[in-house]
Design a protein around this ligand. Structure first.
Ligand code: PEP
Ligand code: MN
Length: 343
């Protein structure tokens, strides 16, 4: 941290700041500028968390130099992490695809979707049993019954299961039936929920919040990791902008930013990212070309009849076409060795 003193700060003001820093167990170094004095703080700045530096007499402002997240940062963990979910490796050479309906609607619908997802070569079946819907009158999910169908679909296909948890009380049942717990965009800064999933012993898929900065998103990952759970995969799913043509604006630059800032794998969800099934394939290809570690896409046996997110759901045919393109594209990128984000 660097503390910038006001141009008229007195010697007494400077001594007061140096004392506050040393009382916190850190060292302050004074740097003389032509107009102002600057104090550099050396050591772990979390020790200063309870000191209101900016409120001390003579202080103009303070600037954090190191990032507030550490466990999620590549700075302290240069090698990219590979997250193993029951033998499926996310962040390795192959892109991992999580596909399935927005919501589990019935056993028949889920099994039909699961068979299609399996035949296309995805590794995970997705499907919400607890749906965070904008309107309380919209379909809210089958809850525990939906979780049981998901577990049956795993038995049937061998696919791993990823599904959303929306409440602290829901963590135990979701962790019992699923291989990976999804924290949805709306809960990315539900810190109580983040802390609890940090203790659940299962890998977490952390979606980016509707209006979250990359810094806020990585701090959300830090909350989970700080509770002892290192298995976090990030998912870019679009952010809210002034554009109304698409449901969200898919921020593919987040892939490159995250790869620089963090060692955690990142996948991309072009379904929620665009809200339009026609845009899913091109954005999925773009995500893989940008270096994403995988994709999440919505697939429904009959999107026109879907109880949620039909307009962005792929038909079985479109899903199979997407998967065949993803395989070709990732083979090309891999063979040509076009990506190496290790630093
Ligand atoms: C979902 O994946 O079904 C979902 C609700 O996504 P998001 O949290 O990204 O809106
Ligand atoms: Mn959805």
């Amino acid at each position: 941290m660097v503390i910038i003193m006001k141009s008229d700060a007195s010697q007494e003001n400077i001594s007061g700041v140096i004392k506050a820093i040393s009382d916190a167990g850190l060292e302050g170094k004074i740097m003389e500028g032509s107009q102002q004095k600057i104090i550099g703080v050396i050591g772990d700045k979390t020790k200063l968390a309870s000191v209101a530096i900016d409120a001390l007499p003579g202080v103009e402002s303070s600037v954090a130099i190191s990032r507030s997240y550490k466990l999620a940062s590549r700075e302290f963990h240069p090698k990219s992490s590979v997250i193993d979910v029951g033998g499926v490796k996310i962040g390795g050479d192959e892109p991992v695809v999580m596909a399935g309906p927005c919501a589990v609607e019935s056993r028949e619908q889920l099994f039909e979707a699961a068979d299609i997802v399996k035949s296309g070569g995805a590794q995970f079946l997705r499907g919400g049993a607890y749906k965070p819907r904008t309107s309380p009158y919209s379909f809210q999910g089958l809850e525990i019954v939906g979780l049981k169908y998901l577990a049956e679909a795993r038995e049937r296909t061998g696919l791993k299961i990823v599904t959303e948890v929306t409440t602290v009380d829901g963590i135990a049942p979701v962790a019992e039936y699923a291989d990976m717990l999804q924290i949805g965009a709306r809960n990315m800064q539900n810190f109580g929920l983040l802390k609890e999933v940090g203790k659940c012993g299962k890998p977490i898929l952390l979606k980016r919040g509707l209006a979250a900065t990359i810094d806020e998103w990585l701090n959300a990952a830090e909350y989970i990791m700080n509770e002892g759970n290192p298995d976090v995969v990030l998912c870019e799913r679009g952010i809210r902008t002034y554009e109304t043509y698409t449901r969200n604006t898919l921020d593919l630059s987040a892939v490159a930013a995250i790869k620089h800032l963090s060692h955690l794998p990142i996948i991309v969800d072009p379904s929620h990212g665009t809200g339009k099934w026609r845009m899913v394939k091109p954005m999925a290809f773009a995500a893989i070309a940008a270096g994403a570690d995988g994709l999440m896409t919505e697939v429904h046996p009959n999107p026109a009849k879907a109880l949620s997110d039909g307009p962005q759901s792929l038909t079985p045919e479109n899903y199979l076409e997407l998967m065949s393109g993803v395989k070709k594209l990732s083979k090309f990128l891999h063979d040509e060795n076009l990506f190496s984000y290790e630093e």
